[in-house]
Design a protein around this ligand. Structure first.
Ligand SMILES: *[C@@H]1O[C@H](CO)[C@@H](O)[C@H](O)[C@H]1NC(C)=O
Ligand SMILES: *[C@@H]1O[C@H](CO)[C@@H](O)[C@H](O)[C@H]1NC(C)=O
Ligand SMILES: *[C@@H]1O[C@H](CO)[C@@H](O)[C@H](O)[C@H]1NC(C)=O
Ligand SMILES: *[C@@H]1O[C@H](CO)[C@@H](O)[C@H](O)[C@H]1NC(C)=O
Length: 374
């Protein structure tokens, strides 16, 4: 036969079709795989943000144990601790009443904030020879003029507040959008007269019930209050109802300037209260933390406030406490949320303070917030 076999030609066409179908099927399977993988990925994404793992789940017990296994900060690289902390973020936090109560009773034995946090007419009677915290040879005799400005009794009592927020000033707060959550706390502590103007409100909130003032700020920014006092008074206005807390009896240099704060408020007829840390309280708090491995010339104001909050509040939440140059994801952050001025080296022991907080978070004693809110 001179012509081609039609069947062979059909055969050729058939295998082409088969080949085409094969290619299509392969493409389809690949596409399906991608879609399924994508959905898985999306699911994981939502699991992370919408349904954090239960505090009691095996996974979370493991993740918490990973943190507890780091007994001292020098045991692991900083990046390793970051990783473990980051992993723990998929777990819900829950107060462990047993752990919290045992920590609180340790604090009431060593430090007793409801009796000794600030100098009162009760714990510091007229004529007391008050010993300074660091200038231990220095003695301040309580005369009637100073006695008069002390409150009669301690303004706070044990477990008075349900939920407290203690605000460190770390750069970790920048872009956190935690302002609303912070303002929702029953009682808010802040350190060292930090800015809470409109610019920062979304991240740090505005509510302030107690704010500490380091006398060095008054010396540097307000001429020790020896000249015009209005600029200082106007800064205080931002904190509306807050009580001011000063370490007047830390060293002899702090006393006059701290007491002058009270005179300024009286002159401007301000209703804000001024309290002075009891030096014995500060000494005992430093000693307590020394036994927990915090070796510093001075424990930070933040740590002192956290210690007090643990006795005065049922639940303590920490924001802006992060003593590392990077956030847990490894991105560099500024030192404070409002500037990048570094502290004096070797003065505070920030990483070791934070390390303790991370441990306490894992035990359910307090909660450390280092992520963004809402
Ligand atoms: C976790 O377990 C403890 C007892 O071990 C229980 O009291 C607590 O309610 C549990 N928490 C949750 C969220 O299930
Ligand atoms: C609280 O801590 C104690 C002691 O570590 C532990 O036995 C208990 O199971 C914890 N409770 C919860 C609810 O996790
Ligand atoms: C603080 O320490 C001093 C001196 O060691 C001690 O006398 C005092 O009782 C302590 N304070 C409290 C509340 O235990
Ligand atoms: C200050 O106190 C007044 C009256 O108790 C209250 O209305 C106001 O909201 C408070 N301000 C802040 C910033 O908490």
């Amino acid at each position: 036969m001179g012509y081609a076999d039609p069947t062979s030609s059909r055969d050729l066409l058939g295998s082409r079709t088969l080949f085409f179908i094969f290619i299509c099927a392969f493409a389809l399977v690949t596409l399906l795989q991608q879609i399924l993988y994508g959905r898985n990925y999306i699911k994981r994404y939502f699991e992370f943000y919408e349904g954090p793992l239960d505090f009691n789940s095996t996974k979370c017990l493991e993740l918490r144990q990973d943190i507890m296994d780091v007994k001292v900060l020098s045991m692991v690289k900083e990046s390793e601790l970051f990783e473990r902390w980051k992993s723990l973020q998929i777990c819900k936090w829950q107060l462990n009443t047993t752990e919290a109560n045992s920590f609180k009773s340790a604090l009431s034995r060593c430090c007793n904030a409801p009796t000794f946090l600030v100098t009162t007419q009760k714990n510091t009677p007229l004529g007391t020879k008050l010993r300074y915290e660091v200038d231990t040879s220095g003695i301040f005799q309580i005369n009637s003029e100073i006695f008069k400005i002390f409150p009669k009794e301690m303004p706070y009592y044990r477990s008075q507040f349900k939920k407290c927020a203690v605000i460190g000033n770390g750069g970790i707060l920048k872009n956190s959008r935690c302002g609303k959550e912070i303002d929702n706390a029953d009682f808010v502590f802040r350190c060292n007269l930090p800015p809470i103007s409109e610019k920062y409100i979304d991240d740090v909130g505005k509510k302030t019930d107690v704010v500490t003032i380091n006398p060095s700020i008054i010396t540097d920014r307000f001429n020790k209050l020896e000249k015009w006092r209005r600029p200082f008074f106007e800064v205080l206005q931002e904190y509306e109802n807050a009580s001011l807390l000063l370490p007047a009896f830390y060293n002899t240099r702090n006393t006059d300037v701290s007491i002058r704060v009270k005179y300024v408020l009286d002159d401007f007829e301000s209703q804000q209260a001024v309290y002075y840390f009891h030096p014995l309280y500060l000494i005992n708090v430093s000693r307590f933390w020394l036994t927990q491995g915090v070796r510093a010339k001075r424990v930070s104001s933040g740590l002192i406030l956290v210690t007090a909050a643990l006795e005065l509040c049922e639940e303590v939440h920490l924001y802006g406490f992060w003593g590392f140059p990077m956030n847990p994801s490894g991105i560099f952050i500024t030192h404070h949320y409002y500037d990048n001025v570094k502290p004096r080296p070797g003065f505070h022991a920030m990483p070791s303070e934070i390390f303790n907080f991370i441990h306490m978070h894992s035990k359910g004693i307090l909660r450390v917030h280092t992520g963004s809110c809402s």
